[in-house]
Design a protein around this ligand. Sequence first.
Ligand SMILES: [Zn+2]
Length: 242
Amino acid sequence: MEIVLIGIIGLCIGSFLNVVIIRVPKGQNISLPASHCPMCKHPLKWYHNIPLLSWIFLGGKCAFCKKKISIQYPIVEILTTFIFVLVTLKTDSLLKAAIIASLFTMLLALSLIDLKYKAVPDNISIPALFISVFVQDFLISLNDALLLAGAFALLRILVSWIIKKEAMGEADIIIAGIIGATVGVELGLAAIYISAIIALPVFLIVSKKGYELPFIPFLAFGLFITWTFTPQIHQVLDMIYG
Ligand SMILES: [Zn+2]
């Protein structure tokens, strides 16, 4: 029963996350004005605003102007629900689950904003970094966050110097810090490696079309995979390094 409740909370937070993803990059207030259709600006009734269900019953169209409502809405709601349920099932305390689920939810928002706008707002990434140092023991997390963020910052200077243009964004350094804080340096490097392996084929496909690929969605996904499959990844690392 508890897990159904967690799922519903996840669904509602996913619904709120959609508002964040759309309004924060534009510098708009996230509570005012009240929910309205982005196309015809018509204010929504409460029953037009039920996470997931409204989108399904309205057939993905605005109840007033009948224009299509982006598939982003239900997808973000489903992903957030998935994050909340999975994290709760895999964590032994509700407080810890709340911290980790909030962190992954913020990373999901950052990933989608990065995909859409090619920029990442500090007012989400900095709070995410702040939350991440409470995932493990505070001092260990802080230490690992600094180590990985520092390594990324050095790498950025080096790569920028080699290719003679700005490589990686500052936001990538903050995300590296979050990765270190969440899973530690050793697994953090594994997470970055996994991100790179997933990003590479996608990069090869889209770079031909002149599309600039943001890296944060891959880093966030790599971290999520690493956190979810920590025992398995430990096994692989033990096999490689003995
Ligand atoms: Zn409308």
